[in-house]
Design a protein around this ligand. Structure first.
Ligand SMILES: [Zn+2]
Length: 300
């Protein structure tokens, strides 16, 4: 039996956190169909550097050293039985798709310039009740859609994300912080987490055992993956613990885009082992959805 805990603390601003709740479910329960209806939308398309997406020093890395790889910015929607929805990552805004490029200015506008919007977060959510936003990590390509999120909707992210300013994130750090600070930010308290299917620290997001936040540091300090019990069965949303389907299938972890490659490789290995043990889990990686028109296979 596993003890489930709902636990979050609030980033920076004083705020009353939800009281912990406990219940028990078995691992078998988690791997059966559950109440959530999952949709994935391609909010935008862009390119990534192969050396960032994959560790090219890995013995199984592809035989290319320099390449731009087409990738997507997905938004995952999880609909509850009451009709309310949670989203994982934010894609881009409706305004971005319409050409205003918000919230990018100056250097950020240049950084975001290669991103081609397809459908904004406001249009993905539509008229539905947006109950919460999950951020896999605070890199720009995961939070550009935040201006479409009403200020009173809670936005959850992992510990240390607001402080992370290494590498490619340095230029965008201040704007990322500004975009996040306009919201009801909450940081996962993984110290209260429990072991789940090989992952050290997991938290019950909704309090009913249907959605789990999995502490998966390395790409960034607070990178978080999610395991959802959907009507179609269990779904693992890796975030950027793994960017590409090629990397997932060939057991090659991310490269230079990660701030701590060693920790990231461990988190990647734990998630892969979870799925190896439980092959009924359907996997969605961070920047590819179906392999059609995106990914490493396109450039090999
Ligand atoms: Zn990313």
């Amino acid at each position: 039996m596993i003890t489930l805990l709902l636990a979050c603390t609030v980033a920076r601003l004083p705020h009353s956190s939800a009281a912990p709740e406990t219940q028990t479910v078995t691992l078998e329960d988690l791997l059966t169909p559950g109440p959530l209806v999952h949709e994935v939308h391609i909010s935008a398309r862009t390119e990534g550097d192969l050396s960032g997406l994959l560790n090219l020093d890995h013995p199984d890395a592809p035989p290319l050293k320099k390449a731009k790889v087409p990738i997507v910015l997905p938004v995952h929607v999880l609909r509850r039985e009451d009709g309310s929805v949670w989203v994982l990552d934010t894609g881009v805004t409706r305004g971005f798709v319409q050409g205003t490029k918000e919230p990018a200015k100056g250097l950020l506008r240049a950084a975001a310039g290669s991103i081609r919007g397809e459908v904004g977060l406001a249009d993905i959510v539509g008229e539905r009740d947006l109950a919460g936003v999950l951020i896999s990590h605070a890199h720009l390509d995961h939070i550009l859609g935040l201006p479409d999120v009403p200020a009173d909707v809670p936005v959850y992210l992992g510990p240390g994300e607001l402080e992370e300013r290494l590498g490619r994130n340095a230029l965008t750090h201040r704007t990322s912080q500004a975009a996040l600070s306009n919201h009801d930010l909450r940081t996962w308290d993984f110290e209260a987490g429990v072991p789940l299917a090989g992952v050290d620290k997991a938290l019950d997001v909704l309090g009913d055992g249907s959605l789990w936040a999995l502490y998966s540091p390395g790409h960034t300090p607070g990178s978080t993956a999610f395991l959802a019990r959907t009507t179609e069965g269990p779904v693992l949303l890796t975030g950027d613990v793994c960017h590409t389907l090629w990397g997932w299938e060939h057991d090659v972890p991310p490269g230079g885009y990660s701030s701590d490659g060693e920790a990231g490789a461990r988190s990647f290995a734990l998630l892969r082992e979870m799925v190896a043990q439980h092959p009924e889990i359907v996997v969605y990686v961070g920047h590819e959805t179906d392999g059609v028109g995106t990914g490493v296979d396109e450039v090999l």
